[in-house]
Design a protein around this ligand. Sequence first.
Ligand code: AMP
Length: 232
Amino acid sequence: MRFIIFGPPGSGKGTYASRIAPRLGIAHITTGDVLREIIKANDPLAEKVRPFVEKGMLVPDEIVIELLVKQLKKPEARSGFVLDGFPRNLDQAKALDQITHIDAVLNINTHPEVIIEKISSRRTCRNCGEIYNISDINKEIGGVKYILPPMLPKIEGRCDKCGGGLYQREDAQPETVAKRLEVYENESKPVIDYYQKKVPFVQIVANEAPDMVVEQIIKDLLTAGLVKQQTF
Ligand code: AMP
């Protein structure tokens, strides 16, 4: 089970992947988290990657690919993985082909208006990376009803899982969000065409609470024969 979860920033990739991976007994590999860890730990690489992450631009391919290879070598990834945030351009997709085989792409579809609202409402645990949402989205856009209840911590500002402090990511500022969406349109979206010709696609409409979306993804994976019932 080697999957890529693909979608614009703020579409909920991290939330879904973090729930699907333990259900399927596979690793959740997220390059965004790896980069944020490097910055937080003041790793020797921190000064090289920080300016890109802070501006919402892509970190140079050679750095991200090396980090990804390290993640894929971890024992947790032996039974499979869901890649979240990689590949983000065609060169990364081609590099991934040389490294490993991909079984399917889970492609998240969400309206840009919802994305902007979700990014500004997102709070992240500084310690473990768990994601929360403080706003309640309930509206119809383009014929699709979006019902996204908030995901609030039990204690305001504190992570339910580890008690860590919650914060709003530095790249959630409106101008940085606009840059991230532009990078997605120009550099990441072509990756969809690349894979559509190569591997099965599972289309995900992210218009309801994560638990329900996750159940739908699991059902779709079963129907497509991409996972087996006895796996979970
Ligand atoms: P994310 O948490 O996936 O939204 O990633 C946050 C930021 O990390 C992005 O805006 C990029 O600056 C950087 N980043 C994450 N993954 C990659 C990647 N595969 N290639 C280049 N930069 C990345």
